[in-house]
Design a protein around this ligand. Sequence first.
Ligand code: DI6
Ligand code: FE
Length: 406
Amino acid sequence: MYDTPRNAHIYTNARIATLATLSGEQSYGLVSGALVIVDGWIDHIGPIQSLPEKYARAPQTDLEGRLITPGLIDCHTHLVYGGSRANEFEMRLEGKSYAEISKAGGGIVSTVAATKAASDEELLLQTHKRLNNLLSEGVSTVEIKSGYGLDVETELRMLRIARRLSEQRPVRIQTTFLGAHAIPKGMSADAYIDDMCIPALRAAHTEGLVDAVDGFCENIGFTTAQISRVFDAAKELGLPVKLHAEQLSDQAGAQLAASYNALSADHLEYISDEGIAAMAKAGVVAGILPGAFYFLGETQKPPIRKLRAARVPMAVATDSNPGSSPMTSILMAMNMAATLFGLTPEECLRGVTVNAAKALGLTDCGTLEIGKRADLAIWDVDHPAELTYRMGDAPLYHRIFEGKIC
Ligand code: DI6
Ligand code: FE
């Protein structure tokens, strides 16, 4: 006699995209058969014939050939913010550039004003709507950045709201402190970094609100010297770093990120060969964000072929934010990464699972393997490429978070 583990559940007749093989090996790491969850963790994956006897009396669900993938991971978002920037969208279409609008007091600082003016409840309500869109597409982990506060209190508020979301919905939230996002009016960039941003980081860390630290390294943002000071403070606190790098110009941000062993460097439209080599050597993930490229009507694409050839792991994310990527669809981000940048559908799926987990420094999710969290998405599709292929249609059958259907 075998004792069936308590809280075991068997999903049978499934096609399972484990993503547990290296890219280019067995396609999507596909396995046909059963997946067993015990207490919120994956306990077994394999053909039904080899299902261990110990599960003989566990309840079963027949998935009738449906596809299981890891729960999707959106590893770069600015989901918490107040207001909208539809007016600036209009201005851009009337001929102004993103950089011009930003220099004229629009851009990030206009969202800062709207975020400060909104109550916690208003911010929560707005953010829940955006989060719900992601969850309806099988997302189980979302990274959320601060950066629309630019003062100690509002940066902390944003991060507290991000944390509260995971208490209110079945989702895992990873918080990122992005104090170095824009320069508030009337302040020098250096004074802002030293007198506001770094003290805010320390205060947020003391409150347990920070999982990682990010910065906007750009000619309309901060220099590498200024970002270095933020990264040094992060290092002192034992926090991992990541960077918005080479989105609009080459600032050698990728090299800076690599020198701090960053989790990821994101955007990368203007990255140099030296930047790619540095990322490859340090194992930094490339965050590919086609939503911002699309929405800003950019023409310079990230050098995907070179990143691929250098074996830099690529993650794909929405970069959901009011100014450059008002998008709350991870499946659309996958579609755009393929159609605009030439990622293969398998690279897109790896980009929102295994490589997105790596971009967040998470080792317990992103693939389907024994011992990983049972955060799954079950899809009504015949082939995994359909997840990247469709536009505006999420063929989600069930989302499973910590082993439970939700
Ligand atoms: N890069 C981006 O694309 C967003 N932030 C950043 O650092 C833009 C944010 C915004 O325009 O509100
Ligand atoms: Fe961003």
